[in-house]
Design a protein around this ligand. Structure first.
Ligand code: ARG
Length: 583
């Protein structure tokens, strides 16, 4: 907020000083890293002086002479080679504080141009083991969708479930020959996955099993009633169980348009791409080749082999008539553009699918799609030993297992402390802390780097963890509980102590932070901000008496507590983490 206002004031000052700004130049204002000189800083004069071959300090002076920021700043200075430094006034900070405690968006402004954004995330595959990639996708996607919606975009979340594919040949064969109905009832996803694994292993040992599976798949694709029935049941059972997990996690989707939803669109799409000349038949398959419009380095349809560029086409129909993952994705794009008028589509999918998306986006663009499509990639989760993350029994870990175990561990911790909670209260607190801890461990990481999964670290009350942040929130609430409703905050605010000022400053920065997250789709910026806020709050709490203060000081400090409480709750909410009043 302050940053945006200071930026526009600077722009106005440039104009008033008769300095013409080069095209595309916006004065850059950042939060000062060294607060001795001010709260915000700009290098605009220095950057511009270089371009105009002028003296940076003299140019800075020209701007300052025309700068009108008296309503915001108590001091503006030119420091070093020509930095502009701004120190906010106590009155401006108090004004922000008043907004934070009264506005339902805690003072975060809405975007100037709201867009329709489709967020494609989670997207597990039916009857195939969920992998850790789905954990990351689920949490990152949910958080980004929440942030985008919060700042005013129209967001459509779509779970593009892998509900159609070659795995169903094996599943149907397994269903008919070795399904355990009791186990299916108890834990459908687990039973379907183990049937899939058993049949998969059998196909490797016995060629004829593979043939049977292929025949089952063909029957399914041709609409055989029995096989379609089994397929539908698999999808239904899986989605039912998934929805329970999503509800535990407080995650909702606007749509569940899985791959099968696009089945009928695939043949016409391929035919159209052939007539458009975008696709060609090659060795019996229908493929998209490079059109030579970009440099080979940037061309997703080329691959370098032994210093030579070779064709790496995107296959959209196999020689046997089967369609592929890419074909479905192209049909999905058409649907999202036509039906939902998407301005942007975000794909929150692991880094290994980078080539797939580069090819699909390029092919869609050749079809005339102008919607902005972004692959929001992420790295892997590693076990504590730095190798592939495994469960206690040595299986690869899926979303369900992780969440269950986190909640179980949080519940055990809650049982240790005797705080007079009822069983239901303990269950709810354990759910919030357990799922919050896993989410935060994920979202506080740079999404592109691999990270090590550590139960002890993520559930610890100390350090950069969800329990630490939740605890800070609980502390803010306990103050108001002590007052038992006997307090009305007023506009009588005076920020005088350094610890009060530091906290007010941190709180004001939330408005900027919420927007910055989407620049490069990084929820970790928000997580880290909240951690700093909690820290700043603890320092304030140690330095300033709240309940023992009187008059304006008391009202100001209570307002700071209330603002911290609201920003923590809102910020954690944007990470998909719920809060609890007590823990
Ligand atoms: N089901 C896919 C997988 O598990 C992810 C789908 C991502 N979304 C998409 N539109 N391709 O790898």
């Amino acid at each position: 907020m302050f940053r945006a206002v200071l930026t526009s004031r600077l722009q106005a000052a440039f104009t008033a000083a008769g300095i013409e700004l080069p095209a595309g130049f916006t004065p850059n204002v950042v939060i000062a890293s060294d607060t001795r000189y001010g709260d915000y800083q700009s290098n605009a004069a220095m950057v511009l002086a270089k371009q105009l071959k002028a003296n940076p300090r003299a140019l800075a002076q020209q701007i300052v002479d025309k700068l009108d920021v008296t309503d915001l700043c108590e001091k503006t200075s030119i420091d070093g080679p020509g930095f502009l430094n701004f120190t906010l006034s106590a009155a401006a900070l108090a004004q922000r504080l008043a907004v934070i405690v009264s506005d339902d968006k805690v003072g975060v402004p809405a975007v100037a141009q709201p867009k329709t954004i489709v967020v494609d995330f989670s997207a597990p595959n039916i009857a195939k083991p969920m992998h850790v990639g789905h954990i990351r996708s689920t949490f990152i996607g949910d958080s980004l969708a929440r942030v985008a919606r919060f700042i005013g975009h129209k967001v459509i979340t779509d779970n593009h479930v892998g509900d159609w594919g070659t795995q169903f040949g094996m599943i149907i064969h397994g269903w008919k020959t070795q399904l355990d109905q009791a186990k299916l009832k108890a834990d459908p996803i687990h039973e379907l996955v183990s049937v899939y694994k058993a049949v998969n292993a059998a196909t490797k040992a016995d060629e004829s099993v593979l043939e049977t599976c292929k025949a089952e798949l063909v029957k399914l694709q041709q609409g055989d009633a029995e096989n379609l029935g089994i397929w539908k049941e698999c999808v239904r059972l899986t989605l039912e169980q998934l929805e329970k997990v999503y509800s535990t996690l407080d995650i909702k989707f606007d749509h569940y348009l899985g791959e099968s939803f696009y089945n009928d669109a695939l043949a016409p799409l391929v035919a159209e791409m052939l007539t458009q000349g975008i696709a060609t038949i090659s060795e019996g398959a229908t493929v998209v080749f490079s059109d030579g419009s970009v440099k080979p380095e940037n061309d997703p349809f080329l691959i370098k082999e032994k210093d030579e560029w070779k064709a790496a086409p995107c296959i959209i129909r196999k020689g046997d008539g089967g369609f592929l993952y890419a074909t479905t994705d192209l049909a999905t794009i058409d649907y999202r553009v036509k039906e939902w008028k998407a301005d942007e589509i975000w794909y929150v999918v692991g880094a290994p699918q980078q080539l797939h998306f580069r090819q699909v986006f390029a092919a869609a663009q050749r079809r005339g799609v102008t919607t902005k499509m972004t692959h929001i990639a992420f790295g892997s989760i590693l076990g504590p030993d730095g190798k592939m993350f495994k469960t206690r029994s040595g299986e690869t870990v899926g979303l369900l297992e992780v969440i269950d175990e986190a909640i179980e561990r949080a519940r055990a911790a809650a049982d240790e402390k005797e705080q007079g909670f009822t069983t239901e209260e303990k269950d709810e607190i354990a759910r919030i802390i357990g799922s919050g801890a896993v989410k935060y461990a994920e979202l506080s990481q740079n999404r592109l780097t691999d990270y090590k999964f550590s139960w002890d670290k993520m559930l610890s009350l100390q350090g950069n963890t969800a329990p630490y942040l939740l605890n800070a929130y609980v502390r803010t609430r306990s103050i108001f509980r002590k007052l038992d409703g006997a307090v009305t905050l007023t506009a009588d605010l005076a920020i005088t102590e350094p610890a009060e000022r530091a906290l007010a400053m941190k709180l004001a920065q939330f408005a900027e932070n919420a927007h910055d997250i989407l620049d490069d789709h990084r929820p970790n910026l928000l997580a880290n901000y909240l951690y700093e806020l909690a820290d700043t709050y603890h320092s304030f709490y140690e330095a300033c008496h709240v309940l023992r203060a009187e008059g304006t000081a008391r009202n100001t400090r209570l307002t700071l507590c209330e603002a911290t409480s609201r920003v923590l709750k809102t910020g954690l909410g944007l990470l998909g983490i719920q809060t609890t009043e007590r823990m």
